[in-house]
Design a protein. Sequence first.
Length: 202
Amino acid sequence: MKVNARNPLKVGFVQVNFERDNQYFMPLSVLYLQARAQKHLKHPENFEFLMPNFRREDIEPFSERLSEAKVIAYSHYTWNANFNLALAKRIKERNPSVINIFGGPHVPDLIERQRQVNGKVVFEKTDDGRTRPVRDRFPERVEAWHKKHPYVDAACHGEGEQVFTRFLANITNEDPLSGLVPSLSFLNYDGQLVVTPKAGRI
């Protein structure tokens, strides 16, 4: 994908809230994504960051406004989950090449359990020499969610700021969902779940 300052890639943001006394909460989560990307991308001028969308409105005008974006990041909470999914589905119908990325507390996460052998916890050494319990990840819940919502191209698990920046930096690759970006889950072209290693915290 050719991306440069003359042909910037359009990036959209969705963090829909409810109106209260004619006021809305600031869409802080997606603004953090944008701020981190603008600061740390090697060429931020190659991206056009669209105004964050936070007002709840009809799906049709909402989806039309975002239909030219190449990447759309959704901040996914209990109170906007159904709206986000309906919007992502409609945008994908309008623009099949769009990449919808979901993150936030309502994205199903991997179930992790400590590994045990004969009733004893198994430990491993970290790169810095410390010892920690081995945790196995069980992706069944995440896989079922992706298959139920195929218009969601990727889900971010954990903090999204550095993950989203890494994803945008990788977007010029032929396959941006190639497994190079940490903390993501997605279905590959064969419909198999891919879960990349978790990124460290900021």
